[in-house]
Design a protein around this ligand. Structure first.
Ligand SMILES: *[C@@H]1O[C@H](CO)[C@@H](O)[C@H](O)[C@H]1NC(C)=O
Ligand SMILES: *[C@@H]1O[C@H](CO)[C@@H](O)[C@H](O)[C@H]1NC(C)=O
Ligand SMILES: *[C@@H]1O[C@H](CO)[C@@H](O)[C@H](O)[C@H]1NC(C)=O
Ligand SMILES: *[C@@H]1O[C@H](CO)[C@@H](O)[C@H](O)[C@H]1NC(C)=O
Ligand SMILES: *[C@@H]1O[C@H](CO)[C@@H](O)[C@H](O)[C@H]1NC(C)=O
Ligand SMILES: *[C@@H]1O[C@H](CO)[C@@H](O)[C@H](O)[C@H]1NC(C)=O
Ligand SMILES: *[C@@H]1O[C@H](CO)[C@@H](O)[C@H](O)[C@H]1NC(C)=O
Length: 833
């Protein structure tokens, strides 16, 4: 088995070789190209489609009919022959390596003896998926491209005529391995923005694959034999768009998309805003696509900044239909600050109810720049199979696999049979669901929820030496002059302070271009060393994730230690839970926030070869952006993160009182499981909406973790949940959530789940709330928790003093001894400061 590092190295080496002109390409393990109905091999763009007779042992069909035409109006020689499949026919392809495979079907109808292929009417299925249902093609050629994760050692491709008078045909077909990295398991949902898992089990049909601003890319110019078409026909308003090409600017970087994701000819051309035609530069460039309603779509957006002359010049927004899916997107920070580094994002739409899909790009509204612009380099739209496993129509495979040949059978018999089948199906479905539920739990163990795109997770190779020197400036955030910092914060105006921490003060600021930022100014007298300041800059520059607050820049002029972060419009999660006038968050919003922060922490724990331990997970360190999307702040260094926390935190505290892992101070050993513990406390805080330590409450209620666990252990957590949530949480969702929190608080780290498990369970809790899990009798009963009479509310304050034991705990916090193997040792504060 190869380690991640080696794989990355390989990718890196192959991209270097690629750039040097040795196009290695991808060498598919399974590679069946068949020139159906033809006795001879045919080379098309360097790929050999083999003669059908040599492949015939893989086909079972009632009659062997080889059709051919010598019409010379046919553009592709592949189309001059076809297999007529008169009766149910099956191609069986041995699969040497399970995983995703392309299935490409080539059709061109012509007339052969008494077979008029324009009249053919048939269905095609592969594995358990319906690819085509009652398909008919009158004229013109068509290539259908699918990708299916084949899970067994063979692929059966079935052609089933729609009725006894009909037949099927095919001119050529391909079954070819797809590299694993092409379709990863997860993506983002767009409304609301959130995580999506489970792409591995989706059959996908490529409905559009577009090369923005460039020409058609034919299969021979693409390492995976794909076709990319120009975008002109899809543009809503051609005047607003301008094509640009700069293929030389494309720089594939290690850990980022490879040429297999999309070739340089796709990343090297783009459509940008045509501001010359439209002086008022606030407009969108929009493409429209026709889609089938009733399906979900996977949309992959390809970006590569080939238009900017330097980093951080281009900020733009991306919309799918009316939803904004990326705001103020800055491509230069997505891939180790390399201009011209390819980048892509995957989004899964909801069930479309419209037959139009719209993708738009427009300039950032909040970040103004000298020449506002927006770009898009490529776009793929892939249809996802529906809940019946079909990509075409509503019939499931069981319904199409038998052609309706017995038309004479009476209607009544049909109805009776139908009812019988429905009953049997219901029973079978119920059993399948049961099994699937169990399977889902097993799946959990191997599931690796990763970032929205293959290229987002950066490796921390040994090439970076943290805590020593700042590497070349190009690798890091933007370096601000001190004057710019003074301007941004109104000369560090006291009234602009939004938080105070051990490190210094955090100010709200506005950059010249209007960007809102959070400016953290290190106190020169603070215990915060210069080395840690540098470490944090390097850390934050290299760990970028949607759910981690990101660093915009820094300032080290005049011995200052200033860090500039993105401004999080909605402040801390804590503020939204209690102690403020803010409106109460809904259960779904709370779940989304928990899922987002779990994702950020999971990335810290697993995103590099060495786990990064946050050490100060708490609701005050989970920040919310304008869309209430959660981002974890203050990571890696509990003492240097943006302390946007109103409560005073003693400089000696490492980790926060009320969230501390008991095992951490018992054994003085720090692992990721300490973060899991603290996160469990946050989960209880989210559902109970009260401070984790409230000394004014009766003694047994002071500590939220203890109090909540007491109720959870007797299965009555609902008695102490936030009254605002009463009656609004589905019991299953509450149960799953509470169980997850309980497991996080296990006494021993080994008994606690990993952050990945926590993430999965929270997503499951969200699904249970939304009841998207179909045919689950338990969930479909929609009885909700009735009105509750909460035992705890703010009126219940009782004066009590904190016990001595509890006070002592705060002095135990400052523990620096750690398990070296699990911690990135440079991050750990030096002893004795
Ligand atoms: C077609 O190519 C395959 C392998 O590429 C070869 O085994 C076969 O003999 C060829 N058939 C003909 C008719 O040339
Ligand atoms: C084949 O069928 C198509 C569509 O039904 C029809 O338009 C065409 O005339 C037919 N061709 C012949 C030769 O029968
Ligand atoms: C194909 O056959 C099916 C089943 O007989 C029928 O319902 C459908 O209308 C046919 N499709 C076309 C386009 O004629
Ligand atoms: C294909 O499915 C298997 C499970 O059968 C899964 O482990 C694997 O990751 C999937 N592969 C891809 C490329 O989605
Ligand atoms: C495709 O490849 C051919 C040579 O194989 C080359 O001449 C052509 O310019 C390439 N087209 C693109 C768009 O890269
Ligand atoms: C761009 O499109 C989005 C989504 O439809 C819309 O909300 C926004 O107002 C548009 N911007 C402009 C300048 O038209
Ligand atoms: C697609 O099919 C798979 C396997 O049958 C199923 O698990 C998945 O939920 C289906 N997709 C959708 C969007 O329903």
């Amino acid at each position: 088995m190869m380690g991640i590092g080696e794989i990355r190295l390989l990718i890196w080496v192959s991209s270097i070789l690629y750039l040097a002109g040795f196009s290695l390409g991808f060498n598919p393990v399974d590679n069946y190209l068949i020139n159906c109905g033809s006795p001879s091999n045919l080379s098309v763009g360097g790929r050999v489609f083999v003669a059908d007779n040599s492949a015939s042992q893989i086909l079972s069909t009632p009659k062997n009919i080889f059709a051919s035409t010598n019409s010379n109006s046919i553009d592709l020689p592949l189309y001059q022959t076809a297999r007529i499949l008169d009766g149910i026919s099956q191609y069986t392809f041995p699969i040497s390596k399970p995983g995703r495979h392309w299935i490409r079907l080539y059709f061109f109808p012509f007339v052969y003896t008494n077979y008029n292929m324009s009249m053919a009417n048939f269905s095609v299925s592969a594995q358990d998926f319906v690819l085509l249902s009652n398909f008919q093609l009158q004229k013109d050629s068509m290539v259908k491209e699918y990708s299916v994760n084949i899970t067994s050692n063979k692929l059966v491709l079935s052609f089933t005529p729609s009725d006894s008078s009909s037949f099927a045909f095919v001119n050529a077909l391909e079954v070819v391995s797809v590299p694993d990295e092409i379709i990863t398991d997860d993506a983002q949902t767009i409304n609301p923005l959130g995580g999506y898992q489970g792409l591995w089990k989706q059959a996908l049909e490529t409905v559009f694959r577009v090369n923005m601003g460039g020409p058609t890319i034919s299969p021979s110019n693409d390492t995976l034999g794909r076709t990319w078409v120009p975008d002109q026909d899809f543009l809503l308003n051609k005047n607003l768009a301008k094509s640009v090409s700069n293929i030389a600017a494309v720089t594939y970087v290690s850990g980022g998309p490879t040429p297999d994701i999309a070739p340089p000819s796709v990343y090297g051309t783009a459509v940008e805003m045509n501001s010359a035609n439209v002086p008022n530069s606030n407009f969108n460039v929009t493409w429209n696509f026709d889609v089938n309603p009733g399906f979900q779509y996977l949309i992959r957006l390809h970006f590569c900044d080939i238009v900017s002359s330097s980093l951080n010049q281009l900020y733009f927004n991306v919309y799918i239909n009316t939803w904004s899916v990326a705001l103020n997107l800055d491509l230069s920070i997505q891939q180790i600050n390399t201009l011209g580094a390819p980048y892509y994002m995957d989004f899964v739409t909801g069930l479309s109810d419209s037959s139009k899909l719209r993708v738009s790009i427009g300039p950032s509204i909040t970040i103004t720049s000298v020449s506002p612009n927006a770009i898009l380099n490529g776009l793929e739209v892939m249809k996802m199979n529906n809940s019946r496993g079909s990509l075409d129509g509503v019939a499931s495979i069981t319904l199409i696999s038998q052609p309706s040949s017995k038309k004479s059978v009476g209607v009544i018999v049909g109805v009776v049979l139908g009812v019988f089948i429905a009953v049997v199906l219901a029973v079978v479905l119920f059993l399948i669901c049961r099994r699937r539920q169990m399977a889902r739990h097993q799946h959990l163990k191997t599931w690796a929820p990763f970032s929205m795109n293959g290229g987002n997770s950066l490796s921390m190779g040994s090439k970076y030496s943290y805590g020593t020197t700042i590497n070349t400036a190009s690798n890091l955030g933007y370096r601000f002059p001190f004057a710019a910092m003074q301007d941004a914060t109104n000369n560090f105006e006291e009234s602009w302070v939004v938080g105070v921490g051990g490190f210094g003060k955090v100010y709200k600021g506005v950059l010249k271009d209007g960007t809102k930022v959070a400016v953290k100014r290190g106190n020169p007298q603070s215990q915060q060393g210069l080395a840690e300041f540098r470490t944090e800059i390097e850390m934050l520059s290299h760990f970028r994730h949607r759910h981690l607050v990101s660093l915009i820049g820094y300032c080290d002029e005049r011995n200052e230690m200033i860090l500039v972060y993105e401004y999080m419009e909605n402040g801390t999660l804590k503020n939204h839970l209690y102690g403020s006038e803010l409106p109460s968050l809904s259960w779904k919003e709370r779940l989304d926030i928990c899922i987002g922060s779990a994702r950020g922490l999971h990335y810290l724990h697993t995103g590099s070869t060495k786990a990064i331990i946050h050490r100060d997970v708490k609701s005050a360190n989970i920040l919310l952006d304008e869309n209430l999307m959660a981002k974890v702040a203050d990571f890696g260094l509990s003492k240097t993160g943006p302390e946007i926390d109103q409560t005073h935190v003693s400089t000696a505290v490492k980790g926060s009182f009320g969230y501390l892992d008991p095992e951490y101070y018992r054994r003085q050993q720090l692992t990721e499981k300490s973060d899991v513990y603290s996160f469990g406390v946050v989960l209880f805080e989210v559902i109970c909406a009260r401070p984790v330590i409230n000394p004014s409450l009766p003694r047994e209620m002071v500590n939220l973790a203890e109090w909540a666990m007491k109720w959870q252990k007797i299965g009555q957590l609902e008695n102490i949940i936030d009254p605002n949530l009463a009656g609004k949480i589905r019991p299953d969702s509450l149960r799953k959530f509470a169980e997850t929190a309980e497991k996080c608080l296990a006494d021993y780290g080994v008994d606690r789940p990993s952050m990945g498990d926590v993430l999965w369970n929270l997503e499951y809790a969200l699904q249970l709330q939304e009841a998207v899990i179909q045919d689950d009798p338990e969930v479909n009963s929609t009885n909700q928790i009735g009105e509750l009479s909460p035992l705890v509310n703010n009126a219940d304050y009782v004066e009590t003093s904190v016990t001595a034991a509890q006070l002592e705990m705060s002095s135990l916090d400052d523990l620096s001894a750690v398990s070296v193997s699990r911690v990135f040792s440079q991050l750990v504060k030096a002893e004795g400061r």
